[in-house]
Design a protein around this ligand. Structure first.
Ligand SMILES: [Zn+2]
Length: 445
């Protein structure tokens, strides 16, 4: 039997790291359950997976999960083999979060395909204030989602901490190490990304770059390839100053994700645009997405999947505060509420929502990823840009935050996963806390 945990000081991958790559092997003898995917609930945490209804060994109960029909299944520590038996497959639960397969367990909040088409057909004809009013009404009518929690969802964090607790029980120890999320002793990471919606937005991009550069920060500007005239001189200038250019689709509409055929037909043009922009990152227009297709463009990373973003035309989220792999692609989920959500849809006039979310993510050692726009109506407006500058001030003042370009963060996640000896890998600590079932995940000391 393979040891459940590796504890050596080498740069090896621990079981917890394998879960982050959806390759954990805690219970190799236990295949996914036979029943259909459903919610398994304990307290305020829930997992979407196929429950294992039979095969539980005798042993000490770790945690009890309630199924939709009111029956329960328990995670059990089998003392003889000293390994936990978990009533669902951990990798499946993890994938069902990040791929948004949990949608199968909830009534849809998305606009149907024909409503989206109607929306995009009518949008150019609507004055902006009408568009905004419609978004406000729509968001208010829907209210807060049942799942994921907004703005912060702890589902993936809970899964990691639950798994860590099980590993500690199995090892009969109070602490174990795991590959830390970020380089060296960084407590958390922060990246800044911008989607450029118009030629005017691109014209304003260097001004936004100025206020970042003044604070020693850099960001990515994601440009739409065939939607407005792209000033190559601005792209060159931004690149020369250490900023990153990414791709924000070919056209800013729903067309890319209408059918897989259409998606694949656009791939050569996407490849060509990425080459022309020197782009390795992609954000889908209006964050439309089909999880499985995102890996197909020849790019290094995608950043279209929200952590939790319900006011979007495609609401939802992957619930993760960390990057993850979709095939060979690194997904960098955006984790702060978007600028238009806060300032336009919700009418906020301070930086408070951004700061409290950034604080919460830093405390949980996750990725702070801000998605904003340089365009008029967004950070192109002086009042909104002033609020953004307050966020930048707060981030710039925190040396414990690692603040790379998005493409460098994606490269780091690959190095971390591969255990690259050239990378600044370090170990965090999983620590038992009380009676469980969640362990603490602590940064390197
Ligand atoms: Zn956009």
């Amino acid at each position: 039997m393979e040891p459940a945990i590796e504890t050596s000081k080498t740069l090896s991958r621990t079981q917890l790291d394998r879960l982050l790559a959806a390759e954990s092997e805690l219970a190799p003898d236990s295949a996914p359950g036979e029943a259909a995917d459903c919610w398994l609930t304990t307290g305020d945490w829930r997992v979407y997976a196929r429950p294992r209804l039979t095969g539980a060994p005798a042993g000490e109960e770790i945690e009890r999960f309630v199924l939709p029909d009111g029956s329960a299944v328990a995670a059990v520590l089998d003392r003889d083999q000293s390994r936990p038996w978990i009533p669902f497959d951990l990798d499946e639960a993890y994938r069902n979060y990040v791929s948004e397969a949990w949608r199968g367990g909830l009534a849809s909040r998305s606009l149907s395909s024909w409503k989206l088409r109607a929306y995009y057909a009518a949008k150019p004809l609507m004055p902006r204030r009408v568009q905004i009013a419609a978004r406000r009404v729509y968001t208010k009518r829907l209210g807060l989602p049942e799942f994921p929690a907004w703005p912060l969802d702890e589902s993936v964090l809970r899964l990691l901490r639950f798994y860590a607790y099980c590993l500690l029980l199995a090892a009969g120890t109070e602490t174990l190490e795991f590959r830390w999320f970020w380089p060296g002793k960084s407590k958390a990471a922060a990246i800044l990304t911008h989607d450029v919606e118009s030629a005017e937005g691109l014209r304003l991009a260097p001004e936004l770059a100025d206020i970042e550069e003044e604070r020693g920060l850099r960001s990515s500007f994601n440009v739409v390839a065939s939607w407005y005239p792209v000033d190559e001189g601005i792209l060159r200038d931004l690149r020369g100053r250490g900023f990153e250019i990414g791709l924000h689709g070919l056209r800013h509409d729903h067309s890319l994700f209408t059918t897989h055929d259409v998606f694949q037909r656009q791939l050569p043009e996407i490849r060509e645009a990425a080459r022309a922009f020197e782009a390795v990152g992609f954000r889908s227009p209006s964050t439309h997405r089909v999880h499985e297709w995102l890996r197909e463009p020849p790019l290094s990373y995608d950043c279209s999947v929200p952590h939790s973003d319900h006011p979007e035309p495609m609401p939802g989220g992957g619930c993760s505060l960390w990057p993850y792999f979709i095939g060979d692609l690194v997904e960098l989920p955006y984790t702060l509420p978007q600028d238009n959500t806060l300032f336009t849809v919700l009418g906020r006039t301070t930086v408070d929502d951004w700061l409290s979310q950034a604080d919460a993510i830093e405390q949980r050692h996750g990725l702070i990823e801000c998605l904003s726009h340089p365009d008029p109506g967004y950070l192109g407006d002086p009042d909104k840009r002033a609020i953004y500058a307050e966020l930048l001030d707060a981030l710039a003042e925190r040396p414990q935050l690692w603040k790379p370009l998005p493409r460098d963060l994606a490269a780091w996640w690959r190095q971390r996963d591969a255990g690259d000896p050239a990378a600044d890998l370090s170990y965090g600590t999983m620590r038992r806390e009380g009676d469980g079932p969640f362990a603490a995940l602590e940064p390197p000391g």
